[in-house]
Design a protein around this ligand. Structure first.
Ligand code: GLN
Ligand code: ZN
Length: 760
């Protein structure tokens, strides 16, 4: 029979149980036994949900204490040797040491898992990397599930993906040369699973969705030939993109089945099915694992039916990817209103959708008519809802012209107009926006939310923080001040709460890395700004000082990227709607006398599609959205933007195309490596490469920052260089911020004096 399964579930727990258990273990408040008990309970709950939904398998091996890549390394004895742990007796403490750092060793590097907001730990491959035996966790979990009577399908990150996602260090030339040794360990793992009585193993090779170099693509067939000879039946899982370019390769791989993503790339299903070999399963991922929308059952069934006619029971029904990228259970959601709830499905609900689709396919829709009827009602209500479609927004979008995405004058004229009133010294100093989010601020916000603090008292508490921030910035001697963002719980959620078309969930948490979870807002309708969101805070701050106060907004691409987005219109359209709302906010700030305005776009780089061929289209609409948000101002209003968390070398032309007057950009973690790019690409406007790594409690010395400013001056002319930290200061404490910013201003003064004497 056609099977129904999912590629994995979230492991954080419906109430973020894993987060709390991990953090109390790390604090030494709970022991390993307590942590293990939480893990067991979470796994059992996930398996139970899958069985109750009517899936054929429960996925085992999707539970990870910190990260799936790290756990896979632990299985093949591949943790970086620098941690000195014995792979065979690796303890949880050793495992967490690699993830979080130890007294003697910095943590493994972290980077984004494909185009998700999940971060994995980057394997480190050296010439002496020797794989070997590792932990027994997967086998234990298989036993655990079997003992509880579940039908198990273990999942493993595949060997090619494990190698590809790592980095070569200590002079290793090509990590692909490690493949034979790694395969020996996968053979051991798979043979062991087979001995445990496992029939199918899901082996994830998502790198098929990337621009895969030929040497890597060609490595698959021989590698899987080795594995197939000892393994249970293998389901090779791809996701996050179109893999139809590899259709012939996938069809001839010595595996028993292949999974493809039918949400990101539905067209590939028919292409693959057409020539699919008669001895292979094709698993079609038609329930979206990356978003929160209820599956349109009718549409999904229409996609599956022709495949079923061709493939019969060789067609499996599945989620598009692991469900770890969506929140756990809608049942725990109290903040979203009833209408909107009816349009949503979190992981637990998606299990039911997969099962219903399989039944409709195999036994006919009549068997699951109630589910289809309920879904049709919800889909119809959503399509026609007045909450989604705002004619005013549509009119504004239609009325946009190219001129709306262009400042009135070019940068040199604007710069002169701005300097005429700003009268900034050379190398102006500023910060990125937030100041410490102290326990006091968080307590006031929580009390306000619980209605224990009146609105008036809350406002006054925030104003007091603004007064403190302004006073301190004047004392440091900064040139362009900020209000400090005390009132913001989060740079996206704060705006999401105030914009129409956005909904905030109470419990829609998704793992970001380790114990860290994020709660992306849901964009469900046309985005509209009913009234200004930041003007009173910024205007209050400006009333306290003669120095210019910089208004602070989150840009359209970041507001999109860090949310669950609509699936009923292109991302580009949603971005444009957000841009129009922000354009109104920018105008309101300007009118209120805030004439330096920063629009943060830290997520611009991470929005890039997985395949390079798709980059330009994305960059074009992303840049357009930023420009629509920022171009409605007078020449003498100064627009800033800010970027962090990424390398920017390959998108510098697009950053320049934003045409912000000033960009501040993270650079200290890469030791100002970004500056090398300016040898070949001259950034045309003003730029502030960060000179203070705010991710660390360490306070950089004045000399250190003097050195960094001087380094920046070798690439950027003094007339266009700003001095600022790498990012916002909300995670630091005031003592660190006081010391670091005093040093930063002092360092700037030293370099300014040198500039004068050099000119003389
Ligand atoms: N203005 C924001 C802050 O300072 C920017 C945060 C970010 O770039 N992630 O906190
Ligand atoms: Zn930042």
């Amino acid at each position: 029979m056609a099977h129904a399964h999912v590629l994995g579930l979230p492991r954080i727990g419906a109430q973020r149980e894993l987060k709390f258990a991990l953090e109390s273990f790390w604090r030494g408040e709970a022991d390993a036994t307590a942590l293990q008990a939480t893990g067991r309970a979470l796994r059992q709950a996930n398996w139970q949900w899958q069985r109750e939904a009517g899936l054929d398998w429960v996925t085992v091996g999707d539970f990870h204490w910190y990260d799936q890549v790290l756990t896979t390394l632990a299985h093949v004895g591949g943790l970086p040797a620098r941690f000195g742990a014995d792979p065979k007796t690796l303890s949880l403490t050793d495992y967490f040491g690699a993830a979080r750092g130890t007294a003697g060793q910095p943590a493994m590097e972290m980077t984004k898992w494909f185009d998700t907001n999940y971060h994995y730990l980057v394997p480190e491959y050296t010439p002496s990397t020797a794989f070997g035996e590792g932990v027994e966790w997967l086998f234990d979990e298989v036993d655990e599930a079997c003992a509880a009577g579940f039908n198990v399908k273990p999942v493993l990150v595949g060997p090619l993906t494990l190698l590809f996602l790592g980095k070569e260090t200590a002079g290793l030339a090509d990590r692909l040369t490690l493949l034979p040794a790694l395969l020996t360990q996968y053979e051991r793992l798979l043979a062991r699973l087979k001995a445990q009585g496992v029939a199918w193993v899901q082996i994830d090779e998502p790198i098929f969705a990337l621009d895969l170099p030929a040497s890597w693509a060609e490595a698959f067939a021989p590698a899987y030939a080795r594995l197939a000879s000892v393994a249970p039946q293998l389901l090779l899982a791809t996701y996050f993109g179109d893999v139809s370019a590899h259709a012939a390769r996938l069809a001839s791989l010595p595996v028993a089945g292949v999974h493809v993503d039918g949400v990101r790339a539905p067209e590939q299903l028919a292409i693959l099915a057409k020539t699919w070999p008669s001895d292979k399963v094709l698993s079609a991922g038609v329930v979206d694992g990356r978003n929160v929308w209820r599956c349109d059952l009718q549409r999904a069934l229409a996609l599956l039916q022709p495949l079923y006619e061709t493939l019969g029971e060789r067609l499996w029904v599945a989620s598009s990817c692991s469900l770890m990228h969506c929140p756990v259970d809608l049942a725990g959601e109290t903040r979203v209103d009833e209408d909107l709830r009816a349009w949503l499905a979190f992981a637990v609900q998606k299990l039911g959708e997969v099962a219903v689709l399989r039944r409709a396919l195999v036994d006919g829709v009549a068997c699951v008519q109630a589910a289809f009827d309920a879904d049709a009602l919800a889909q119809g209500a959503r399509r026609t809802s007045a909450r989604i479609h705002n004619p005013l927004v549509k009119r504004k979008c239609d009325a946009l012209t190219q001129a709306d995405a262009r400042r009135a004058s070019a940068y040199p004229e604007r710069a002169a107009a701005q300097q005429a009133w700003l009268k900034l010294p050379p190398l102006p100093t500023t910060t990125i926006g937030s100041f410490p989010q102290t326990a006091g601020i968080r307590a006031a916000r929580a009390a306000f939310k619980r209605r224990e603090l009146s609105h008036l008292h809350y406002l006054e508490a925030m104003r007091e923080q603004i007064r403190l921030a302004i006073e301190k910035q004047e004392a440091y001697g900064l040139d362009v001040l900020v209000h400090g963002e005390a009132e913001r719980n989060d740079m996206v959620e704060y705006f999401g709460e105030l914009l129409w078309g956005y909904a905030i969930t109470e419990n829609g948490w998704v793992q970001s890395y380790g114990s860290r979870c994020v709660k992306p807002p849901v964009i469900y309708g046309d985005v509209y700004l009913p009234e200004p969101m930041t003007v009173t805070w910024s205007a209050y701050a400006q009333s306290l000082t003669k120095k210019p106060v910089k208004g602070m907004l989150t840009g359209p691409v970041t507001m999109l990227q860090w949310a669950f987005v609509r699936d009923d219109q292109p991302r580009a359209v949603t971005a444009l709607q957000i841009a129009l709302a922000l354009r109104d906010e920018v105008a309101a700030l300007e009118k209120a006398g805030i004439r330096v305005i920063q629009i943060d776009e830290p997520a611009l780089r991470e929005g890039l599609p997985l395949r390079r061929g798709d980059w330009q289209t994305y960059l074009d609409w992303a840049v357009q959205a930023f420009r629509v948000a920022s171009s409605g101002v007078a020449d003498d209003t100064q627009i800033h933007t800010h970027m962090c968390y990424a390398e920017f070398h390959d998108i510098l032309p697009s950053i320049a195309a934003l045409d912000a007057d000033v960009v501040s950009i993270e650079t200290t973690r890469s030791n100002m490596a970004l500056l090398d790019a300016f040898e070949t690409f001259e950034y045309p406007n003003e730029i502030g490469p960060g000179v203070y790594d705010i991710h660390s409690p360490r306070v950089p010395s004045q000399d250190e920052m003097t050195g960094l400013i001087e380094a920046a001056l070798t690439r950027i002319p003094s007339g266009r260089l700003w001095v600022n930290p790498d990012c916002g200061l909300k995670t630091r404490d005031w003592a660190q911020v006081d010391a670091a910013l005093e040093n930063m201003v002092a360092a700037t003064h030293v370099v300014r004096r040198r500039l004068v004497s050099r000119a003389a």
